[in-house]
Design a protein around this ligand. Structure first.
Ligand code: GDP
Ligand code: IMO
Ligand code: MG
Length: 424
């Protein structure tokens, strides 16, 4: 198996977790390379639903290493509670199954507090973040005042760092936002304890990955969020604080671009977005509500209702270039069953291709005929109703990249695997 990157090509929640889970049997490792516990990746295995926020989606498979790479921001409290939940299910999360980079930055209590205070004080500029401290942690990383996982294992160093950092943070929290300051000793003691608990799982993940490469083992790089939430290429400022595109897999894990052979883009058969910002094909009213209810479009991390809309062809085509996609997995086709006609965006009024900014775009729709047969759980493309097949084929043409997987339900088995997926 080649090395593969999986990325969302819309606004996140496309179904990346399911596809990673489907692909892991051939993989030695699954590596998260950016984002943090703003992500919520859902796996449905043997009728049970598992939502992972920080732990890579390969963890349920034996013989597959899960790696939290240097590009991820880690909230150790969340990670430990996720590990406790997995242990309760009988999943091995020891160092042979999970390693976290010494270089990954730590989300500290003042990051969460600042994220929430900023959002609650923002007027029109409210981003609708997940409130998990992601932005403030990446800010500190770029400003070179971050705390890394290795620092949690060194009491003197952690005390020195926090002594420098907490004072200025508390001034902003307390004097500017009138929030409650955080206490140095409380944070120090709690985070040293968290570090000790995670010690066996913290290590040099770059060396680990390079070792796998030397042995010719296959690695899957699991993206979080989606292309239009990328801090450079998304709908800035309504984005997350990391690069979410496939190119980030290299910097966020410690491999070069030549290490990657396949880039698989994950798209829903329609679109959703959580939080504020442009969404050209958004539908309001009864139709939007019914997509949300049928697709169960409520955030895996925050439970917020997701905004829903139609498939956006030009955006998907642009994302294909942005990520260098070699294949696409099309998710949640079953959700569209029962519609008489399905609008698909094939352009924007007054524009050719994809404009630089997504604000104020008016979509041009093509109406594709719907189907009424229940397709949930189907595993063969030939069994799909003719209109469903035609829908997939039209989307494939708009994206310009082969659709090698069609998903017909949340379960592992509800998958039509063709091309690359059938071979892997
Ligand atoms: P991720 O963040 O990209 O991993 O996606 P999420 O887990 O946040 O959201 C995708 C949701 O859709 C989850 O609840 C999945 O269980 C569900 N899902 C994935 N594929 C399908 C599908 O083909 N059909 C249906 N109905 N649900 C799906
Ligand atoms: P997965 O990996 C969907 C959105 C938030 C908000 C913006 C910034 O499950 O697809 P942040 O907390 O990152 O500063 O919030 O990004 N967002 C996501 N939306 N899926 C995600 O992850 C997301 N992670 C962040 O809703 O609009
Ligand atoms: Mg999600």
């Amino acid at each position: 198996m080649p090395n593969v990157v999986i990325v969302g090509i819309q606004w996140g929640d496309e179904g990346k977790g399911k596809v990673v889970d489907v692909l892991t049997p051939g993989m030695a490792a699954v590596v998260r390379f950016q984002g943090g516990n703003n992500a919520g990746h859902t796996l449905v295995v043997n009728g049970e639903k598992v939502i992972l926020h920080l732990v890579p989606s390969g963890i349920l498979r034996d013989n597959c290493m899960s790696v939290v790479g240097n590009g991820v921001v880690v909230d150790p409290r969340v990670l430990l509670s996720e590990l406790d939940g997995l242990r309760e299910r009988g999943v091995d999360v020891g160092p042979k199954k999970l390693m976290i980079s010494t270089r990954a930055h730590v989300i500290l209590p003042y990051h969460d507090v600042l994220d929430r205070l900023r959002e609650s004080h923002a007027g029109l500029g409210k981003i609708g973040t997940t409130g998990r401290g992601i932005g403030p942690a990446y800010e500190d990383k770029a400003a070179r005042r971050g705390v890394r996982m290795s620092d949690l294992l060194d009491p003197a160093r952690l005390r020195a760092l926090l002594s420098d950092y907490i004072g200025p943070k508390n001034r902003i929290i307390h004097e500017w936002y009138k929030g409650d300051p955080v206490d140095l000793d409380d944070v120090l003691n709690e985070y040293l304890d968290l570090g000790e608990r995670l010690r066996p799982n913290i290590g040099d993940t770059v060396a680990l990955i390079h070792g796998m490469q030397d042995r010719g083992e296959s690695i899957l790089f699991e993206g979080a969020q989606g292309t239009f939430l990328d801090v450079d290429h998304g709908t800035y400022p309504y984005v997350t604080s990391s690069n979410t595109v496939a190119g980030a897999a290299c910097a966020g894990s410690g491999v070069g671009p030549t290490a990657i052979q396949e880039v698989i883009g994950i798209a829903k058969a329609y679109c959703t977005r959580v939080g504020s910002g442009p969404f050209p094909t958004e539908v309001h009213g009864v139709t939007g509500d019914s997509l949300r209810e049928i697709g169960r479009e409520y955030g895996s991390t925050t439970g917020r209702p997701r905004r829903c809309g139609w498939f956006d062809g030009p955006a998907a085509h642009y994302a294909a270039r942005m990520n260098g996609l070699t294949r696409v997995a099309l998710m949640k086709l079953d959700v569209l069953t029962g519609l008489n006609a399905i609008p698909v965006c094939v352009g924007y009024e007054g524009h050719k291709g994809m404009p630089e900014a997504m604000d104020h775009l008016v979509p041009e729709y093509e109406m594709l005929p719907g189907w009424s047969e229940d397709i949930r759980g189907m595993t063969s493309f030939a069994d799909l109703p003719a209109n469903a097949r035609a829908y997939v084929q039209r989307l494939e043409k708009l994206i310009g990249v082969p659709i090698d997987l069609v998903s017909t339900g949340p379960e592992r088995e509800a998958t039509i695997a063709g091309g690359f997926f059938a071979r892997s």
